[in-house]
Design a protein around this ligand. Sequence first.
Ligand code: UT7
Length: 326
Amino acid sequence: MKAGIIGIGSYLPDKVISNYDLEKKVDTSNEWIIERTGISYRRKANDNICSSDLGAEAAKLSIKDANLEPEDIDLIISASSSPDRIFPATACIIQNKIRAKNAAAFDIQAACTGFIYALTTAAQFIVGGQYKNILVVGSEVLSKVTDWEDRNTCVLFGDGAGAVVLSKVKWGGVINSILGADGNGSELLELPAGGTKEPADFDTVKKRRHYIKMSGNEVFKFAVKVFEDCTRKVIKEADLSLNDIDLIIPHQANIRIIDAAIKRLKFPRDRVVVNLSNYGNMSSASIPVALDEAFRMGRIKKGHKIILIGFGAGLTWGANLIDWNL
Ligand code: UT7
């Protein structure tokens, strides 16, 4: 018995920020951003919107897609790098917003790998028999934790949300999952202040410590390496080969990361889902949004073997190998 995805949904705010808009804010150019990242546009939520709002909209769509009602959900796992608050869990706020009154709810913090960690955890609860229908949400309003004066980071991120419902399936489902972490690299990508290490005060605000800080080059090299290693490992453990894989859906951080890893793997580029040009890096929401789009476009068919692969702050990484059951 395996856990499989029985419903998917995604939700993106309407407002689009182009590279040309960013040229007016910081010393950058459309050419630089496209050449170094592959990103042309990203979405931005309105000021009154937080992660749980986007997550709740994606959640409702995924539950409808699964032909279920919110009361049928037994557990909600939410992943976000831009949660509503330190506590309570964003999952609890989503639970209330969608009226999933029978669901337990908790958050997972694994930054851009959050969706993979959450999906892997959900699959275990299903296989273990404790829960029947689990909602997994990746939602981000990164625009509120992005330093709009820092050209190194403000060109990269976008807002959005994606969600899936997992349940027991008779055929297919999640075949294998791997997760990894290296806390030695925890300072390479972080939001330094606002927690117990650097509580919020006038100084942390003045020093702009409540925004994302990243050592781009080091994270880039790490990402290419784990993308390749993770892909090989998740396939090998399932006794499959790269030739068996129909589609790879990676975290959408940078087109050069995806191209470099795909080249190392010698995997056909037309079997890799890339949508970062339109949305930028949506951290935990990137993978479920790309998954939803690929499915709606007919790129994923029943029986396809697909790999979801994530990497990011922590440092963390992970992959799911899925025999598509829908
Ligand atoms: O989602 C979690 C995982 N995150 C990632 O995987 C992100 C990984 N890192 C990256 O994608 C890339 O490192 C970046 C896109 C962030 C940066 O690209 P890069 O090719 O590594 O550029 P760089 O940081 O080495 O900077 C090259 C130059 C620098 O100028 P100097 O020092 O050579 O004069 C930067 O100051 O480009 C400059 N630069 C910019 N120029 C124009 C940095 N950002 C910009 C910008 N516009 N927006």
